[in-house]
Write a protein that binds this ligand. Structure first.
Ligand code: CA
Length: 449
């Protein structure tokens, strides 16, 4: 079968398999098995007890077209949400992070969303009313981590041959020198004061470049990054795959650094939902989590990567060639300005497990890093750290994750016993000990405090 016809076949199959689950799931009958060996069969619904029957089968979850969204998309398309009674989950594309934030403020009742995919610490900033209209507090719960890694920093071709790589020390003079020409080195992220901004800031500062004074940082929606790089309005950007890798594949630029190299097994994006929705629908929340966990395990299995890339690449989702998406799942990248091919599964986007253990479980210690890094750059006041435990205990609902995992029959060895993952190590030798965030801040030379 040719690549094209195989892809078409898989798409048709997965669409019909998903609708079969939905239809049959509603009628209480098991779905018909599919007759394909190249695709996993549609999943049968579990029999629901009064304790596990969701209060509602309906929710609207927002997503951005980057690999972080993969498990939510798969949970819907492969019937994992439906398996646990969530037969009417709308996984809804958001034009930008700002649009996702606006839509969650509205809620699904008003045509918005109930929750979905978030960069960190967006659920905290929304809960505290720091990025909402009129600073209204909208409590959110962080329920699961969606993925680790799968992000990178792409640099335009005009900067080839300038030693711009993971370690920027050798490129420092060149990059800082551009600021005196009137056109400073300009880097973009997809929303200010969250993951992508942090990755690019960490990378620059580790190379002795002050992100606030030596370069220009701007916000660009992920889907517009390729166009902006082509027109030269930016020199680099930090975002989720497939966009950095697409830049390299399209010959517009190169991948200077993977976030997997900046901080191996780092926290990336999260599932968070409005607290009012979760409090009203605790069983539906656990049903969603069970579906998500199963989808995350599915996404990590190499034999599913072809189908995963096919589903994500469709016009409904990312609308890019499947070949552009697939590398992120296997760790196949062309890295550096000499486009050296690498194929390292440990550097891939991972959804369920990584070398450090659980990816899906939302560690409170990671939320603390995002708050600490917010203090580092002056995005949040230093007192944030004094009150961090109380704030994290309000927003991070790892307890619900654990309940859902046990109900789903997840092995105890895959359920973390500590809300801290312990000491974290970065590529430049810095260490973040969640028991002493101040020591981490003290160890950093470039900061705004
Ligand atoms: Ca990301």
């Amino acid at each position: 079968m040719s690549q094209l016809s195989r892809r078409k076949f898989l798409l048709t199959l997965s669409a019909s398999a998903a609708s079969s689950v939905l239809l049959k799931g509603c009628l209480g009958n098991p779905p018909e098995p599919t007759n394909s060996s190249s695709s996993t069969p549609a999943v049968a619904p579990v029999s629901l007890s009064p304790e596990t029957t969701p209060e509602t089968n309906t929710i609207k979850l927002g997503y951005l077209p980057i690999v972080e969204a993969a498990a939510m998309v798969i949970a819907k398309e492969k019937g994992f949400f439906a398996k646990y009674g969530m037969t009417n989950v709308d996984v809804s594309k958001q034009a930008s992070w700002g649009a996702a934030r606006d839509n969650v403020e509205i809620g699904s009742a008003g045509g918005g969303i109930d929750g979905g995919q978030w960069q960190m610490p967006m659920p905290y900033l929304i809960s505290e009313g720091l990025i909402t209209k009129n600073n209204v507090k909208l409590p959110m719960y962080v329920l699961a981590q969606l993925n680790t890694q799968g992000n990178g920093i792409a640099i335009a071709n005009i900067h080839k041959g300038k030693n711009i790589s993971l370690d920027l020390n050798a490129a420092r003079d060149y990059i800082i020198g551009l600021s005196s020409t009137g056109t400073p080195f300009t880097l973009a992220y997809t929303f200010p004061k969250v993951n992508q901004d942090f990755w690019v800031r960490y990378w620059l500062a580790a190379g002795g470049i002050d992100p606030d004074n030596d370069v220009s940082l701007i916000t660009v929606p992920a889907a517009q990054t390729v166009a902006n790089m082509k027109t030269g309005t930016m020199d680099g950007f930090s975002t989720g795959d497939p966009w950095p890798d697409r830049i390299a594949k399209d010959g517009i630029g190169f991948l200077a650094a993977l976030t997997a190299d900046i901080w191996p097994c780092h926290p990336e994006e999260y599932l968070a939902i409005r607290a009012d929705w979760v409090d009203k629908n605790p069983k539906a929340t656990k049903a969603l989590l069970k579906g998500l966990m199963e989808a995350q395990q599915w996404c990590d299995r190499a034999e599913n990567h072809g189908e995963l890339a096919s589903i994500l690449s469709t016009a409904n989702y990312f609308n890019v060639p499947s070949s552009v998406v697939e590398g992120a799942f296997s760790g196949n990248y062309k890295l550096g300005d000499n486009l050296a091919p690498i194929s390292e599964r440990t550097k891939a986007t991972l959804y369920w497990k990584d070398e450090k253990g659980s990816v899906s479980y939302p560690y409170k210690s990671h939320d603390l890093w995002f708050l600490t890094e917010s203090v580092r750059w002056g995005f949040l006041p230093p007192e944030t750290l004094t009150n961090a435990k109380q704030l994290i205990d309000q927003v991070n609902r790892e307890d619900i994750w654990k309940e859902a995992a046990r109900e789903a029959g997840i092995s105890e060895s895959d359920i973390p016993t500590n809300t801290s993952r312990g000491v974290e190590r970065f590529f430049d030798g810095k260490v973040f000990d969640p028991a002493n965030p101040q020591a981490y801040l003290d160890s950093l030379s470039i900061k705004r405090i």
